[in-house]
Every structure is written in structure tokens, then in C-alpha cells.
Ligand binder design. Sequence first.
Ligand code: CUA
Length: 155
Amino acid sequence: MRVEAYERIFMILAGLMLALGIVGIAIGALVAGVHVPSPAGRIDPRAVAATPPFDRPGLRDLGNGQYEAVLIARAWQFEPNQIEVPAGSTVTFTIATPDVIHGFFLTGTNANVMVIPGQISRVTARFDTPGEYVWVCHEYCGFGHHLMYGKVVVR
Ligand code: CUA
């Protein structure tokens, strides 16, 4: 069987692109440490409000400009729905849900996780510039989905 010259060129180009893509993924995963967000832990969704640290949702000052924000995402609000930190802070959000799948997307950053019943989600963001940073639930979770948001106030 004879292959046209053009066909041969495009087959080679397609093969090269495939190989490049695989090499890119391998470098990303093995060298650059790129990975999909994995659960930071497991939790019984029926007992979220009684399980530390979710029995006391809110902001903890860990010192040295480090904070942990413990959030409960439930239909249809975040608890708490506002935190305040000084500029230059690094905030780790630790989030769980007692009901359905929610999301947590912090606008203007790449902090973006799903909040899945049974899992603890964790994501970190740094805030260098004073302002208000809104977070939203980005997984459709029912009637009040559009009401699920909150914000970080950076002073
Ligand atoms: Cu919670 Cu959408």
C-alpha cells in the first residue's frame, strides 16, 4: 500500500504532537509536581459539625502570617462566610460539607477545589494586596446555589 507524501507528513506530525503531549504530562507530573487536588482527609458527613476542626468553624491564627480558615459548606451557605486577614497573609482553607457536593473557587486566584461529602478539601492562597476576594460555590447544589459565596477581606 502506498501512502501519499502529504499523508505521511501529517501522520508523522500527529505522532510527534502525541509524543510531545505525553512528554509534557510526564514532566508536569514527575518534575513540576502538578497533580489533581486529592482529599486532605476523610470525614463522616453526618457528623461534620461535631468533628474537629469543623466543630469550631472560623479563622485560626497560626503565627508568622499563616492562617487556617475552617469552613463548612452546606446548602446554601458557607460558615463562616467572611474572614479578615492582614495583607501578606497565607490562608489555608479547610472545608467539608454535611450534605451535597459543593465547590470552592476563590476569584482572582487559582484556589479551586470541589467539596465532596465524606472528604476534607484543603487549598492555600496568599493575599499580598489589600482588597476583597470573593469565593463562590461553583458546583450546582440546588435551589440556593447562587446564594453560596463568601469573601476574604484583606486589610
Ligand atoms: Cu453549593 Cu453550589
